[in-house]
Design a protein around this ligand. Structure first.
Ligand SMILES: NC(=O)c1ccc[n+]([C@@H]2O[C@H](COP(=O)([O-])OP(=O)(O)OC[C@H]3O[C@@H](n4cnc5c(N)ncnc54)[C@H](O)[C@@H]3O)[C@@H](O)[C@H]2O)c1
Length: 267
């Protein structure tokens, strides 16, 4: 059901790779709520993913951009404003990739060049995105920027490896840039800390099934789905949450507040 919460709003959605991607569901929901969007991903993802199908379905233009390139990002936002007909009201950053995880390196034996690449792609790209938007003055007043995070930024989930530090950095960028953007343009910046979700990036983590099931049992509401994340994200892009900024918002069925749930011990 649509409430037209994003009627007349323009946005850019990063990170939809295939129909399991959280960003895929968010893009669908934003358009359903009346927004006009452009879709973007790295050139390599456009070759291997299925973004074309989503673009066709939503009548959205794809503009490729490697989020570690400021030049690509500047081009993305200039072209998006051109295509959509004005400044942007919302931007979703849904990007994550760890080279050490991909190469199955243990946390106590990490390769630092790969770690830098991980931070660049998964966290610094968030700052880079906001800096590009800032310099181009591409955001409308009272706009909303959201990044996707995970609770390993605060608590230890051993198999999440260096992605834990990436998420801690991502959340910190949301707070620090949120100060500047709030002051200058009333633009809010938040991160959503989402439950484990079955996607390409999620399933790449060792032991994913175990901590998916553990979180599902631990949370009184169970794990939040990608569709539920999309609905929450729409609320943050809408005018109903204009005073929420510089927050890391848990969207996890209650997981982050639980200490012990008998269902985990006896289930
Ligand atoms: N799946 C989970 O369990 C889970 C839980 C909490 C948070 N998150 C976060 O949600 C976000 C989206 O991930 P997902 O789970 O939907 O997986 P996904 O694999 O579908 O999405 C990750 C995206 O990052 C993109 N990407 C990688 N390198 C890039 C680059 N250089 N430039 C631009 N884009 C690049 C990929 O192409 C892909 O589209 C990530 O930030 C992830 O960490 C995921």
């Amino acid at each position: 059901m649509s409430y037209n919460l994003l009627k007349g709003k323009r946005g850019v959605i990063f990170g939809a790779l295939d129909d399991k991607s959280i960003a895929w569901k968010i893009a669908e929901r934003c358009v359903e709520e009346g927004a006009q969007i452009t879709l973007t991903n790295a050139p390599v993802a456009l070759r291997f993913g299925t973004l074309d199908a989503l673009a066709e379905k939503l009548d959205a233009k794809i503009i490729q951009a490697d989020a570690t390139s400021s030049e690509d990002l500047d081009n993305l936002f200039r072209e998006s404003m051109d295509v959509l007909g004005g400044q942007l009201d919302f931007v979703l950053h849904a990007i994550g990739m760890s080279v050490n995880v991909r190469k199955k390196k243990e946390y106590t034996d990490l390769n630092y060049d790969w770690m830098m690449k991980t931070f660049d792609v998964s966290a610094i790209s968030f700052h880079r995105t906001m800096q590009s938007l800032w310099k181009l003055d591409a955001m409308n007043e009272w706009g909303s920027i959201v990044g996707l995070s995970y609770i390993a930024a605060q608590r230890v989930f051993p198999d999440y490896s260096e992605m834990a530090e990436s998420k801690a950095l991502l959340e910190s960028f949301a707070r620090s840039f949120g100060y500047h953007y709030g002051n200058r343009k009333k633009v809010r910046v938040n991160t959503i800390s989402q439950s484990p979700t079955v996607t390409t990036a999620g399933s790449g983590i060792k032991g994913f099934d175990d901590f998916f099931n553990y979180a599902d049992k631990m949370s009184p509401l169970g794990n939040a789905s990608a569709e539920a994340c999309a609905a929450y994200c729409v609320s943050l892009f809408s005018d109903l949450t204009q005073m929420v900024t510089m927050q890391n918002l848990f969207h996890d069925g209650g997981f982050s507040t639980m200490g012990m749930n008998p269902a985990v011990l006896h289930g």
